[in-house]
Write a protein that binds this ligand. Sequence first.
Ligand SMILES: [Zn+2]
Length: 462
Amino acid sequence: MAIEESENGREDMLIDGQKHGNVAVPDEFNVNYLKLYYAKLFPYADMFKWMSYGNDGKHPACDKYYIGRREFSFTLENDIYVRYQSFNNVVQFENSIKEKCPFKIDIGPVYSVDPAKKNAYAQSGDNVFTPVERELIFDIDISDYDDVRYCCSGADVCLECWPLMTIAIKVIDTALRDDFDFKHILWVYSGRRGVHCWVCDGKARRLTNEQRAAIADYFRVYKGNENSSKKVSLTGPVLHPFLVRSYSEVLEHFFETRLLLSQNIFSTEDRYEKILEMIPDTSATSDLRGKWQTKRGSKEDINVVRWEQLKNTLQSGKYKATGLRRCVEEIVFSFTYPRLDMEVSRHMNHLLKAPFCVHPKTGRVCVPIDPDHCDEFDPTAVPTLSQLFEELNMGGTRAYDDNEWDRTSLGESISFFRSSFSATSSKILQGGDGELLQCKTAAIKKFPELVVLSIRIMFSHA
Ligand SMILES: [Zn+2]
């Protein structure tokens, strides 16, 4: 079930294999750097503490076998994929990673029994091997935005398109906290082109697959693939409050002040035609096309001018097609609304790459992102293995340092992780047993008059 693996593994490998062949820069990633990283920098204790959720303490409610039932999987250097590993304590965890030097570490669910012994249980005939807990996870990948970004495509990402990830964090994080009342939400840079989200609250970890699917569905306004021209259709008398809030607090501002200009989305005929396709009134589109085909010598940015013209046209009341006013919002949603990989969120037993892994193609560490300061996160400034190696060397041998990472640029990330997750993990312990989440869905319950969340997704083939 390693869907994440197939996406971020093989496909990357092809793209990068070509690229690295041409670039004569010092390797950002090699196995010796990785060994050193695992020897000196990887935060074993904090990772283990986080995933124990307080079960490593002395409280009578602790389940001391909890962490030992968690699945870890390693991808080794030669692409060998080792699943269903388990560790009873941090020493085992650390020794195994140092010995095997995995290029990637994935974290799976906590099972009913030790996953390393699953075959023995299968032979005993009892069907006891089943996932019982797993963080609610989200995976957002910039390559799913290729139809709305013109600066990069595929696995590439730059500072012009990265803000699409930033606003995805803002929209999803706000809804998880405000609409679902989750509190312990860990965002992690995927090391190259996206972000992962781990909702760690007890009630999130115990969601059934059905409940996970309902939450994923809550976020769905968008669906498509690269061969279809997507259209988000926002129908019904009134938009769901979640969408209204996302639009007015995040998406509209981002679209008008950043994306419009950074992606030049109205600058050429090809690009504006894609937007005109989203307007269901041919006289409105031909009026706009008429304006845009004649060249004008305006000093104002052409994207801003054309966007204003589009808004004025659609909001003028001059055209008859229904839904024309909502069309402005639909265009903004199409360009900016988070595009989640739904399959990752739906199933308890989906694996997800561990925080603090190193991306084998970029050499960058998968560091946590503070959602309160996600605007400041710069993926091009995330430490690489070679950078960390240099920093360690520069620091000399200071035997008194508690942690070697304190003298590297990884120190801040580990401190943030520790203060937000590992040190407070016991508080996330069993929370939420009494408040079983009725996921059909919490937020809709808050607004019963809006039970009809009428978001329709339409495909129109280009
Ligand atoms: Zn870009």
